[in-house]
Design a protein around this ligand. Structure first.
Ligand SMILES: [Fe+2]
Length: 406
């Protein structure tokens, strides 16, 4: 005799004759049989080895078949339990089915029916095992694919940011010695946005988007942008156009990062009191991303050395922003942004100081390199950076505006 179905079977019966005859029968059909005279021993062994089906008598001393069923169900919900019972226990057998028994066999048993029932149960166990393995493999595959997708997205995001930084630098490097200014602006803006309680998405976006604030400089002729002397009024009007040029370059994108970049490019010279440009927007009509970037840009311009002025130290720059000096005035800034700056201004100094160690070894146009992101560097105090910006045009006073096009 033989069977195509094989499996590990636990047979439990206190009747030695039944135990031996059932075990022998199953063995002849190719099953691996483990025989137990009581339920306790069967439970003990159940947790130590793989079992495909438990075939148990109902009426046994100490632990009956129903209790054994319940214990096995507690340990494993998938292994089929087949109960053997006499006619008199039929009601009990039906209740056992309701409790999760796979099937029951009436004693005295019919060998073909017993084999058929055991094969059916083992087949069921194998199918549930296959399904379980399939689900697990599916989960592993999904986890792997999700991880790969996240990594690809992370790389894409990193590459997008690097492209933005490098393209922005293409405009910035024309009148800045290094690309450090734009990197610092991103860090200041991120600090301010965080302290203002903006959303994580906003903070992440303004960190990158604020660096694009002056991308419109690419449309300003060198003869004006790099002019060493004072600008005429007409030339200054041209300089102002870097805001709307930047907006045109960046607007219309489906990506929110670039949309914010367009907003910042257009609004980073607007002033809270309406005296800014290009649109003369006032108060909350100026997008918050522009109000944040405007303050960050002002601080960095004040800290940076120009041919027409020295670099102000942190305390002086803060005093000019917070109290005004006749040109830069507190009413230019969103009061809430200004108050937040006042709270975290020392962190601005840390960002500026850390960037001083980032200068490329040579400032020649052809040897310039993009600096590493500032937030990847340890804060190091350093020397001032020489600048080349000419003074602003036709504006009286001891100090020209901190920046004419930054
Ligand atoms: Fe600007």
């Amino acid at each position: 005799m033989g069977s195509e179905t094989t499996g590990n079977i636990f047979v439990v019966d206190d009747d030695r004759f039944v135990l031996e005859s059932v075990s022998t029968l199953l063995d002849e059909y190719g099953f691996t049989v483990q025989a137990f005279a009581n339920g306790h021993e069967a439970v003990k062994q159940f947790v130590t080895r793989p079992v495909d089906l438990v075939l148990t008598d109902i009426n046994m001393p100490h632990m009956d078949g129903i209790e054994l069923l319940e214990k096995i169900r507690f340990l494993d919900r998938e292994t089929p339990v087949v109960l053997m019972t006499a006619y008199a226990d039929l009601d009990t057998a039906v209740k056992a089915i309701q409790k999760g028994a796979f099937d029951f066999i009436i004693k005295p048993y019919s060998p073909p029916y017993l084999i058929h029932t055991v094969e059916k149960g083992v087949h069921y166990k194998h199918l549930t095992q296959i399904e379980k393995n399939y689900k697990r493999e599916l989960e592993i595959t999904v986890e792997k694919r999700t991880s790969e997708l996240a990594e690809a997205l992370r790389r894409l995001t990193k590459m997008s940011r690097e492209i933005i930084e490098r393209l922005t630098s293409a405009a910035e490097l024309r009148d800045e010695d290094t690309g450090l200014h734009i990197l610092r602006i991103g860090l200041y803006a991120k600090k301010l946005a965080t302290a203002l309680g903006m959303s994580d998405t906003f903070i992440e976006q303004i960190h990158i988007a604020s660096a694009m604030h002056d991308v419109g400089k690419i449309g300003i002729p060198d003869s004006i942008l790099l002019k060493p002397g004072a600008l005429t009024s007409a030339e200054f009007e041209t300089i102002k156009q870097h805001t709307v040029i930047g907006e045109k370059i960046l607007q219309g994108s489906a990506h929110s990062m670039l949309q914010m970049g367009a907003t910042i490019a257009a609004s980073h010279h607007e002033r809270w009191d309406g005296s800014g440009y290009p649109y003369g927007l006032r108060g909350e009509a100026i997008p918050i991303a522009g109000r944040i970037t405007m303050l960050a840009d002002q601080y960095d311009a004040l800290r940076s050395e120009r041919v027409y002025k020295g670099a102000f130290d942190h305390a002086t720059a803060c005093d000019i922003i917070l109290n005004g000096d006749g040109r830069t005035m507190p009413e230019h800034f969103d009061p809430h942004v200004l108050a937040t700056f006042d709270e975290i201004k020392d962190e601005f100094a840390e960002i500026f100081d850390a960037s001083q160690s980032q200068e490329p070894p040579s400032r020649g146009v052809h040897t310039r390199q993009l600096p590493l992101p500032l937030d990847a560097q340890p804060p190091v105090s350093g020397r001032d950076r020489p600048g080349r910006n000419p003074p602003s045009p036709g504006l009286p006073g001891s100090r020209p505006p901190a920046s004419r096009g930054s």
